[in-house]
Design a protein around this ligand. Sequence first.
Ligand SMILES: *[C@@H]1O[C@H](CO)[C@@H](O)[C@H](O)[C@H]1NC(C)=O
Ligand SMILES: *[C@@H]1O[C@H](CO)[C@@H](O)[C@H](O)[C@H]1NC(C)=O
Length: 95
Amino acid sequence: MYVLCLKTLFSFHSYVIGRWVVLSCSEDLVHMCQSSANISDVALSIDRGQWGTAQCPQGYAFSLPQTGYVNRKLYVAATNTNTSHVWINLPASAK
Ligand SMILES: *[C@@H]1O[C@H](CO)[C@@H](O)[C@H](O)[C@H]1NC(C)=O
Ligand SMILES: *[C@@H]1O[C@H](CO)[C@@H](O)[C@H](O)[C@H]1NC(C)=O
């Protein structure tokens, strides 16, 4: 059995904001972080890691885009740092 995780896959050349795809949790990626005080405040993790292992800045927690606006904030944060793939806190499992 393999545990799969979801990540966002951004396109830099289209209006598609974000697409969720499934891949192995063992890939090292930056994580989506969200302020616990303000869900519109999105940041990326300080380091990269396997799904669920990267560190968020203080006051932020590993999260997922709950709204289109939050998704847009994640897109901006990712494009600003040339990040094409971001782990989101939505695990999926498959055999
Ligand atoms: C929440 O965060 C967003 C994005 O950083 C910001 O525009 C907004 O002003 C913040 N809201 C509050 C109440 O701090
Ligand atoms: C992102 O990539 C562009 C084009 O390759 C480059 O000009 C820019 O310096 C990069 N920005 C960062 C933050 O790495």
